[in-house]
Design a binder for this molecule. Structure first.
Ligand code: UD1
Length: 345
């Protein structure tokens, strides 16, 4: 039987690249489209180094419907899509809302409009725990209500979920698995792919590993006066390879006709809330590398605490977070060392 072909938009990005590896290792044929706006072409070398197979690649923008049409004409047997192509910096989205609405929504509309024409069976969509805002109760389940989005980025995730649901409700001939990620961290244990943010990292782990290696002077812990046990914010840090595996399971439900409902939504988290300070200490203990830090003011817009109830993903998707946090921290550090070795950072 020939391999099933999956289109991965944003496939050279952080979560995309790890997912391409897992897809290839599970026997799928992958085609990536990426505009390389926040990644680079060498990621393909990293993927090939792990799997022995270089994925097909189209440099292009998913917001350009003609580019997509041409891709579908060239690869007419695409069975499923995993849609990572999107902008994700919360702060930037407040500065440039239209850029975020265009990138994140037009790309989705293009895909949804073309899917029936090319008989694509379904789409896996990258959503986020940001849809829950500051939840009244933790852990959150998939039926925890949305809160008003606090950034255009968060709003694009809520709107995208609604667009997908409305389209499928109207009778569109495809299905969707919506995955709500908590906080993805870490890197592939091979250190062949990982996270490579442009400029000064906004997210905790890349800032932390860059501090550990001396690129940044010190890590700022944004606030230790929150109503949490140690005063710092609490998140559900999920290993990026665990997260990538969930995408393979999700796309398999689509292409193998295993879905219970035409739209299925899953929280992807560990089920364990870990504070920023706890994460910092876990990194130091796991790697033996010191990280200078200071406590600073709270960061505007941060929510206090959120962690997942992942039971639905455990039971229905058959997925469970497996990588221990210490191992995730060692992998993040290995990746940072690799970047240094290559002279990138
Ligand atoms: C947020 C969104 C997430 C989105 C992500 C994209 C929520 C709950 N989460 O993640 O959906 O995909 O942005 O970027 O809205 N911190 C520091 N010092 C730093 C950096 C971060 O103390 O230098 C703290 C933050 O205050 C926060 C935690 O670390 O408490 C995690 O921050 P970050 O990695 O930026 O992710 P979120 O803001 O949780």
């Amino acid at each position: 039987m020939s391999k099933k072909r999956i289109l991965v938009t944003g496939g050279t990005g952080y979560i995309g690249s790890h997912t391409v590896i897992e897809l290839q290792q599970a026997g799928y044929e992958v085609i990536i489209i990426d505009n390389l706006s926040n990644s680079n072409i060498e990621v393909l070398d990293g993927i090939e180094a792990v799997t022995g197979t270089r994925p097909a690649f189209v440099k292009g923008d998913v917001t350009d419907v003609e580019v997509l049409r041409k891709l579908f004409e060239t690869y007419p047997d695409i069975k499923g899509i995993i849609n990572f192509a999107a902008s994700k910096a919360v702060g930037e989205s407040v500065e440039k809302p239209l850029l975020y609405y265009r990138n994140n929504l037009v790309s989705l509309l293009n895909l949804l409009e073309l899917m029936p024409q090319y008989k694509v069976k379904g789409i896996v969509f990258s959503s986020s725990c940001t849809v829950y805002g500051e939840p009244d109760i933790n852990p959150v389940t998939e039926s925890t209500p949305f809160k008003t989005a606090t950034s255009p980025y968060g709003n694009t995730k809520q709107i995208s979920e609604e667009i997908i649901t409305d389209t499928i409700k109207s009778g569109a001939p495809f299905k969707s698995v919506i995955l709500r990620y908590f906080n993805p961290v870490g890197a592939h244990p091979s250190a062949c792919v990982g996270e490579l943010p442009n400029g000064v990292p906004q997210n905790l782990i890349p800032f932390l590993t860059q501090t550990a290696i001396g690129v940044r002077k010190q890590l700022s812990v944004f606030g230790d006066d929150y109503p949490t046990p140690d005063g710092s914010c609490i998140r559900d840090f999920i290993d990026v390879v665990d997260l990538a595996r969930a995408h393979v399971m999700a796309v398999a439900r689509i292409v193998d006709d295993k879905m219970d409902e035409p739209v299925e939504i899953f929280n992807l988290g560990t089920g364990r809330g870990v504070s920023v300070l706890e994460l910092l200490h876990t990194f130091v203990n796991a790697t033996g590398v010191d990280v200078p830090y200071v406590i600073t003011e709270r960061r505007a817009g941060d929510i206090i605490q959120v962690w997942a109830n992942p039971e639905k993903a455990n039971k229905v998707l058959g997925w469970k977070a497996e990588v221990p946090l210490e191992e995730t921290m060692r992998n993040a550090w290995r990746w940072q060392l690799k970047l240094r070795e290559k002279g990138i950072m």
